[in-house]
Design a protein around this ligand. Structure first.
Ligand SMILES: Nc1ncnc2c1ncn2[C@@H]1O[C@H](COP(=O)(O)OP(=O)(O)OP(=O)(O)O)[C@@H](O)[C@H]1O
Ligand SMILES: [Mg+2]
Length: 327
């Protein structure tokens, strides 16, 4: 009977716990339900807010689409406009160019006329004098004096002391002993332009042995003389004018030594004659003289190398005469 009592007690216990558990479960599900309800309510609210947002997005999308379409239209129009402007500018430029070209041609003709007048005024032949400085090699000794003096205030006068008297010489230009190769070249530079403009030009150096003919005409590698500077200038001017003019430059090189004329561009320094041109112009010409067409300053230098390798005395002429062929 005690077992029975104990069992009943236990059952009552269990029953109490069951009731407690049921109560707790009920409480819990009510809370859960409450939460769910709140969540649902939130969702519902957000769902009702969605259609207006969607609508505004749709209108945004439509307006963007039309903007894109407009942009390509606008873009095309801008490109066309730019094209029109560019081609107008090009036309304007080429008109201006034509105008400039016309002006330039007139200018060239005018310069030619002025040059003729200048040559007339100055005389066709100009005589320039370069006074050589006293060099170490000249072995200037005590008691010796320099008899040639230049006048710093008059660049066409030269004075030479002779028999105790000063003799004054008048020339077109006198270079003082310190004059540089550049200064000397500057004086003859306009002749290069004249040559290109169609005039015959001849520059030659005259003087006793050791007076500086080779130095003035040929110069050294570091300090070139008239020949090299003039030829460089010639090709520079030709390059400047290349859009408007085409020039042909030809080179011939001769040596006159002991009354014999030799062609320095022929392999064996062929002997030639000087004759009066049968064309009636009265000009001299050398039948059979080699004429080489040259395209650049470097090209002429190569012709020069040929000369040096073929004759031993060519430097005499090389240094004193510079002939520029012009067509
Ligand atoms: N203005 C100058 N300044 C410095 N050195 C010079 C000048 N003129 C000539 N010389 C020098 O004097 C020397 C003689 O000159 P160059 O050889 O030019 O004479 P040349 O007239 O050609 O003589 P040749 O008739 O014998 O050929 C050379 O050493 C040259 O470098
Ligand atoms: Mg010489």
């Amino acid at each position: 009977s005690t077992l029975r009592e104990e069992l009943l007690k236990e059952i009552g216990h269990l029953e109490e716990r069951k009731e407690e558990a049921v109560k707790a479960a009920a409480n819990c599900s009510a809370e859960h339900f409450q939460n769910l309800f709140l969540f649902l309510e939130g969702l519902q609210k957000r769902l009702t807010a969605l259609p207006p947002t969607l609508r505004s997005m749709k209108t945004d999308y439509a307006s963007l689409r039309s903007q894109v379409r407009n942009f390509s239209d606008f873009y095309g129009a801008a490109i066309n406009d730019a094209k029109r402007q560019i081609s107008a500018a090009i036309n304007e430029m080429s008109e201006a160019n034509k105008d400039l070209l016309e002006k330039y041609r007139k200018e060239v003709a005018l310069r030619r006329k002025y040059h003729e007048q200048l040559v007339e005024l100055k005389g066709n032949i100009r005589v320039l004098c370069r006074v050589k400085p006293v060099l170490k090699e000249d072995q200037h000794e005590e008691g010796q004096s320099v008899v040639v003096t230049t006048d710093p205030n008059n660049e066409s006068s030269l004075s030479v002391m002779s028999k105790g008297k000063d003799r004054i010489f008048e020339l077109d230009k006198v270079f003082h002993p310190q004059a540089t190769q550049e200064e000397v070249f500057q004086e003859i530079e306009p002749l290069v332009t004249s040559c290109i403009d169609g005039y015959h030009v001849c520059i030659f150096a005259y003087g006793q042995t050791g007076s500086g003919k080779t130095y003035t005409m040929e110069g050294s590698v570091e300090n070139p003389g008239i020949n090299q500077r003039a030829l460089k200038q010639l090709f520079n001017v030709i390059e400047e004018r290349k859009d408007m003019w085409t020039y042909t430059v030809t080179v011939s090189s001769v040596e006159i030594y002991n009354e014999v004329l030799r062609d320095l561009l022929s392999k064996d320094g062929e002997k030639l004659d000087i004759k009066i041109n049968p064309d009636g112009t009265g000009q001299l010409h050398v039948p059979g003289l080699r004429v080489i067409e040259v395209k650049s300053f470097q090209h002429i230098k190569k012709c020069g190398e040929l000369e040096v390798s073929t004759t031993s005395t060519c430097l005499i002429v090389n240094s004193s005469i510079c002939l520029l062929g012009h067509k």
